[in-house]
Design a protein around this ligand. Structure first.
Ligand code: FAD
Ligand code: FES
Length: 276
């Protein structure tokens, strides 16, 4: 069957909407006749469009192993996201994708995986994490370190507090930035907690996504802990327009983040101009 154009939006239906935090909602999207609009690999994205106001790119947070829908966790930040946060279940939107390269799920088989996420940065990681759990025998030990400003700002709480800690050969470490009433867990910034936990680099790949400042300090911490740049994978969130390498909005040197990325190893980033 011919591949559908990733430039042409198709109609999709918002099947359900869940409020995750005060400013983040998770939208479950299906085709009008039911089922997924398209297949994807973890780390890939889609453009969601709301014709009166425009379109914007979001990571697909559901795993490809979820066969009936695509999920997106979306922060309310501006024109498109304000509109999305106002719509109700059953609303029709436009969708085009899958966009971007995605995580190297095949290449890291057999490795231990350390996921480090901050805030909404858990969205792309979650697709990979749940993919690993649905193919558990392909991957080694899984460590998940997730930080948010406050407990209320944590997304996907059922995964974080219930489902993931029950998985075999898996540890979940949660932290918040500052002391909060009702939180008796860890209080530390994610990069500091990562160093404190003293993860060792042997046979391990780390995958990190979060605010740029968190990624910067995580990369420095992993370097001090002995991880080499090719053991560290991250995703970039540059401004994007077309998402298919046509408009030149997202290039860094010769690379187009929308098609060569958004997933890069730190080794690849070190070879690129420092514009990200
Ligand atoms: C590869 C990729 C994956 C993404 N995944 C997610 C996701 O899973 N969930 C999610 O909530 N968001 C994600 N984003 C960010 C999302 O695309 C933007 O928040 C969205 O485009 C904002 O659209 P808007 O019309 O609501 O905001 P606008 O009205 O366009 O902008 C509002 C404000 O946000 C700033 N802004 C907008 N986009 C970006 C950006 N990419 N980087 C920095 N500042 C920006 C603008 O400068 C402005 O100050 C992702 C971005 C990329 C590039
Ligand atoms: S967003 Fe248009 S070239 Fe990347």
């Amino acid at each position: 069957m011919a591949r559908k154009s990733t430039l042409l939006p198709e109609v999709a239906v918002v099947e359900s909407i869940r409020q995750e935090t005060p400013n983040i909602k998770t939208f479950r999207v299906v085709s009008p006749g039911g089922g997924k609009p398209f297949e994807h690999i973890p780390g890939q994205c889609a453009m969601l469009s709301t014709p009166p106001v425009g379109e914007a790119i979001f990571s697909i947070t559901s795993s490809p192993t979820e066969k009936e829908h695509l999920d997106f966790s979306i922060v309310q930040t501006g024109t498109v996201t304000n509109y999305l946060h106002e719509i109700e279940e059953g609303f029709e939107i436009g969708i085009r994708g899958p966009l971007g390269n995605g995580f190297p799920v095949e290449e890291v088989k057999g490795k231990d995986l350390l996921f480090i996420g901050g805030g909404i940065g858990l969205a792309p990681l979650r697709s990979f994490i749940n993919y690993c759990f649905d193919n558990r025998e392909d991957y080694g030990k899984i460590d998940i370190l997730y930080g948010a400003r406050t407990p209320d700002d944590m997304i996907q709480k059922k995964d974080l507090f219930e489902l993931w800690p029950q998985q075999p050969n898996t540890d979940v470490y949660l932290t918040v930035d500052k002391e909060c009433e009702g939180w008796d867990g860890k209080v530390a910034l994610a990069p500091h907690y990562c160093e404190e936990l003293a993860f060792t680099p042997e046979n391990k790949v780390t995958v990190t996504c979060g605010p740029p400042i968190m990624i910067k300090f995580v990369l420095e911490a992993l370097d001090r802990m002995g991880f080499t740049p090719d053991q560290v994978i991250t995703t970039l969130e540059l401004r994007m327009k077309c998402g298919v390498g046509k408009c030149g909005r997202c290039n860094i040197g010769e690379k187009y983040v929308c098609i060569d990325g958004p997933v890069f190893t730190y080794a690849q980033l070190l070879e690129m101009p420092p514009e990200y």
